[in-house]
Design a protein around this ligand. Sequence first.
Ligand SMILES: C[S@@+](CC[C@H](N)C(=O)[O-])C[C@H]1O[C@@H](n2cnc3c(N)ncnc32)[C@H](O)[C@@H]1O
Length: 302
Amino acid sequence: MALARRVLGAPWWAPGLLLDGALRQRYESVLPVQEFCAGLACIARQILPHPAWVPTLLASAGGCPSAGGRGQRPPSLPDLWAHMPPPYAGRVTFTADEMLGLLCALAEPPHFGTAGGRYPEQLDSLADAFRKTAFRRPPVRILDLGCGVGHGTLELAEFTRAAGMHADLTIGLTREPLEAWMARHRCLPHDPPRQEQLRALPGTTPVHFLAGDVCALPLRGTFALVVCNGLVGGPMFDAPREMAALLSQVRRVLAPDGVFCLANRFHEGRRTGIERFRRAAEEAGWAVSGTWRNLLLRRRGP
Ligand SMILES: C[S@@+](CC[C@H](N)C(=O)[O-])C[C@H]1O[C@@H](n2cnc3c(N)ncnc32)[C@H](O)[C@@H]1O
């Protein structure tokens, strides 16, 4: 670390520092992000249960051949640090005790922002939908796509229970196996305050967390309620072919009279992408209602 600082000279990266071409080049010439990530990915493969658990950010930087180039490669080390929370950002050396927290921070960077209480309008729309047929016929099954570390999934399961609906199965599915692990164990080694929030959420109904891709759902059977919040139209999921794949996957698993809800808290600049998704859904035969921040889709026809 001291050597890196000496060779790189000032200014050393700090949160909020403008990342321009000159700064990136300076860091790349001394500490190429690809090498840094390859080293971390190598350690990650030793300590995680399977190579597929290596966080996408490391895998996509070339550190993990089995990852097949998922995700975006950060152009320089400061770009990678900008995705990490304070205890880990701006550092090139870590102790063995810090590794799990570091990998969890890379799998679930702060900008994912998974937390409880993010979508109150969606819960209002659901209270209305619960009066409709699919929810009156037990068993009700719920699926939360792109669930992150599970705050929203647990909240949804509890909301459904409190509304008098018996959900015999709730599944949260997310891309990063480490996120699913964190959700399952309610353990966020990189973020103790959010871990406390997660642990405080009720666990009165069965909730399972899985790793998987929303474009290729590893699930059978049907769900009365499918939710996908904070994903579609955002920076991680705005390609038309991904949107089409999601719609077709949800059509396959949604009960005939079920609902598919998508809420987000993206900035206004993301609105166009979500409206593109809305049009794609209508063209694919879905009945769509709600606003760009809180969409509700129902299947039309068979
Ligand atoms: C911004 S977070 C939103 C988390 C949570 N739904 C919420 O709104 O609080 C987006 C989540 O989607 C997951 N994700 C991204 N692409 C995915 C994909 N193709 N399949 C499944 N999950 C994905 C990410 O790992 C991340 O947990």
